[in-house]
Design a protein around this ligand. Structure first.
Ligand SMILES: C[S@@+](CC[C@H](N)C(=O)[O-])C[C@H]1O[C@@H](n2cnc3c(N)ncnc32)[C@H](O)[C@@H]1O
Length: 191
């Protein structure tokens, strides 16, 4: 299917974003959502496609979502408009340190168009997200899905991730535009 067809399909289905299809494919392959309750942190959540998908697949999930931008409310999703860099200041989330089952991040920084600057910004944001996931996920079992890009820092990022996750895999979902260079890293704990 052509990349733009995913956007049309998302609109027809009344979904908030075509990003939903990317997470859906990764979840189908990794089977990380368990039956019953899952505590999930959705980083870079707006407009809310991923949170909505998790809610539909795992109705009992406790979902905490964070984004710089506003997000239209989703029933039973706890949304905080905040920079990920300030996540520790959100008491409701901070109280759940080491209690999350799954952390998902579709974060994308604003691009300047200057390649070296953009690569550095993406790397820094990915490192911050990785650090956040490591401290919020359960120590004994937890899963992490993070968007990144194929660039010169990818190997370094993956090696850093391998220090905290036993299994690290790369996914390029069908709904992800091939030209974008976007890919998703998946990590499973324990180490
Ligand atoms: C591709 S969108 C996420 C789409 C979402 N997964 C969905 O399915 O609707 C990326 C989001 O990352 C957010 N973002 C970028 N930098 C951020 C930061 N430092 N802290 C929080 N959110 C950030 C943007 O505001 C944007 O809404």
């Amino acid at each position: 299917m052509h990349a733009d067809s995913w956007a049309i399909k998302a609109k027809q289905l009344g979904l908030r974003s075509r990003a939903v299809f990317k997470l859906e494919e990764i979840l189908q392959k990794t089977k990380v959502l368990k039956k019953g309750s899952n505590i999930v942190l959705d980083i870079g959540s707006a407009p809310g496609g991923w949170s909505e998908l998790i809610k539909s697949l795992s109705p009992q999930a406790q979902i905490f979502a964070i984004d710089l931008l506003e997000m239209e409310p989703i029933e039973e999703v706890n949304f905080f408009q905040e920079d990920i860099a300030n996540i520790n200041s959100i008491d409701e989330i901070f109280l759940l340190k080491n209690k999350f089952d799954l952390v998902i991040s579709d974060l994308a920084p604003n691009l300047s168009g200057i390649r070296a600057v953009d690569e550095e910004n993406i790397f820094e944001l990915n490192l911050l997200t990785l650090e956040t996931a490591s401290s919020y996920l359960k120590k004994d079992q937890g899963y992490f899905i993070m968007k990144t890009f194929q660039n010169s820092s990818l190997k370094k990022l993956r090696l850093t991730m391998e220090k905290s996750f036993q299994l690290v895999q790369t996914y390029k979902p069908a709904a992800s535009k091939s030209k974008s260079g976007e890919i998703y890293l998946y990590g499973a704990k324990p180490l």
